[in-house]
Design a protein around this ligand. Sequence first.
Ligand code: BDR
Ligand code: CA
Length: 303
Amino acid sequence: KRPIIIDTDPGIDDAIAIAIATASDALDVKLITTVAGNVSLSKVTNNALKLLALFKKEIPVAKGAKQPLLRAPVDASEVHGETGMDGYDFPKQADHLLMKEDAVTAMYQLLSKAEEPLTIVAIGPLTNIALLLRTHPEVSSKIAEIVLMGGALGRGNKGVLAEFNIVVDPEAARVVFESGLPIVMAPLDVGLKALVYANDSEEIRQMNATGEMIYHILQRYRNVQAVNGSAMYDACAIAYLLVPEIYQTVDAYVAIETQGEYTAGATVVDLAGIMGKTPNAKVCVDIDSTLFKKWLMESLRKC
Ligand code: BDR
Ligand code: CA
């Protein structure tokens, strides 16, 4: 089993990613850390604890950054709703899973005592990960890889050229991309091809209790880019771990725009090597939508 940490801001698509990861036989989710993003830190943390109560999984949760490194918080409640996971009556949240340590300390402790390196799956703004790398650089050797959902090859969803997870905290994203650690980037563009339609959602509803929950929260998902479907952005990061063959990838240098007058938070993905820099990320440039859907449905059936 591959040991992972999930850093997340649940969030509707985060909830689906967490459902699949925690039910997978191939992954061992050691820790879930939360970060302000889709909604506030207290809401995303409560959401993580609600999901674990529903899934009946005993995974520790550590609360992370309540705001970006330098910037004012920006949320996505227009997409994910007031609570971040509206529309379903969750069981009482699993408060006993909330650690007293903050996310950075919890990650540090877990990584420093780990016998084998862990993979960090980052599906929210990168604030916690940047803080970890800056505060405890010595744990870098215990990080196998950072697989993140974020950035865009083309147009953005929060800025014209900027994707939400990066634009919320571009300085943190820059720290992560410049860390020298192996990074896999699943950008918006592949998420927009990883779609669930209304008929899929009906099928998911029939699967199990998790499916029933997903059906309900998906009813409230206001993902305006994918007009006909719901984009499973964050599940794309989990798919990379479990079925990497569904992706086409390119090793590329990715610069994070922090200063642009109109483009702060954009990911400048140098696919053609124009900048002459050594690649710092494996970028998922395309996804087989059919295989993704097949994998998603099979995975949700096991939840
Ligand atoms: C990303 O932003 C959030 O709204 C989603 O949860 C996903 O992580 C997509 O841009
Ligand atoms: Ca997310």
